[in-house]
Design a protein around this ligand. Sequence first.
Ligand code: ADP
Ligand code: MG
Length: 281
Amino acid sequence: AAPVALVAGMSRMSKNNIVVKSGTALEKLALAKTFAFDKTGTLTRNQLQISTITPVEGVDKHELQLLAASAEQESGHIIARSLVAGTEHSELIEMSDLREVTGEGIEAQVQGKLIKVGKLNFVDPSVPPFKLDKTGVFVSINGHYAGSITFEDTIREESAQTVTRLREQGINHIMMLTGDHEKVARAVADRVGVDDVKFDCLPEQKIQYIKGVAKDLHPVVMVGDGVNDAPSLSAADVGIAMGATGATAASESADAVILVDDLSRVNRAVDISKRTMKIAR
Ligand code: ADP
Ligand code: MG
């Protein structure tokens, strides 16, 4: 396409709160055949509500929440933000030595204790694996399993319509890539109309799935919001970050950033890109 048309297209995008970083990204978006979505914070809302807090015997419910939320204070992960938002701010305890392991969880020192929050195998590998009913995390104190916290992961009101509209726009392969477990993943996918679901994904596996998409289903667009999505946003032909909240890492790795908390802007972006290419041809 003529550079002047691409610039006009990018300007139209920005009027819709969609920042497209290059003309190439806009051209590829117009030709997209696959859309891959992250789940948590992308197809679902950007904040989770605490649902259940289940400590082991001998640990207090309130203490478990407080230690976990305190340890998570400086993490940008959606679980961290949601945990902190659901905890009385004035009660939060000072933490230090935060270490974040992408796709696994975090550890930090709180009140002289090592607090780990994340996947079970990460917080205490000695506990036999078991699944939670919902999106959730496990907590350990000084290496000993201390309990679990689950969350209500509410689907965005615009998600199903966005997916339907993408199919009308000619994108017939729609995937969901999530670090969450199968039960939650399938429930969300069914309700928003995604049939190709990959669950229990580590960030590295999300990349493999994107690269594994059949050549005739390229270009692949990946839409994500979290730090953990940064590698897959880079791996896709076009990475789109939901940039209204937190994760600057995702926005930096993306080819386009949606600046408002509205997933249906991806439909707008496809529309504008197709119109731009038509004008250019
Ligand atoms: P998704 O692909 O669904 O956005 P992630 O790859 O970010 O998920 O995370 C997968 C899992 O890793 C989470 O469900 C959680 O169990 C754990 N995890 C990752 N980062 C954190 C964190 N900062 N705090 C707690 N748990 C985390
Ligand atoms: Mg996410």
